[in-house]
Ligand binder design. Structure first.
Ligand SMILES: [Zn+2]
Length: 96
């Protein structure tokens, strides 16, 4: 039994799959594996499916695309999809 611990705010915390740094879910960029086996960027954070989070940092995205993303989503991502995700990611972090 845990006593004396109070959670002050219910902020969902997620971990970046590239640098393993934990952050506010809303500050991270979410990738989702869709039912048909594709990976998309999820700006709303509401898409259903297996998700992975990356810092809004191009360095973390590059690292994630080099392996951790596929591992986290248990799917292989082809080079074209990676290019698309890179473009969507860039758009996402500049629009925020
Ligand atoms: Zn990161």
């Amino acid at each position: 039994m845990v006593t004396g611990v109070r959670v002050l705010k219910r902020v969902p915390i997620r971990t970046c799959i590239a640098c393993r740094q934990a952050g506010d879910k809303r500050a991270l960029v979410r990738f989702v594996r869709m039912a048909e086996g594709t990976v998309v960027l999820d700006p709303t954070g509401k898409k259903a499916g297996r998700g992975a989070y990356v810092c809004p940092d191009p360095g973390c995205l590059s690292k994630a695309l080099a392996g951790p993303l596929e591992k986290a989503l248990k799917i292989s991502v082809d080079p074209e999809t990676k290019e698309r995700l890179r473009a969507e990611f860039a758009e996402q972090i500049t629009s925020n």
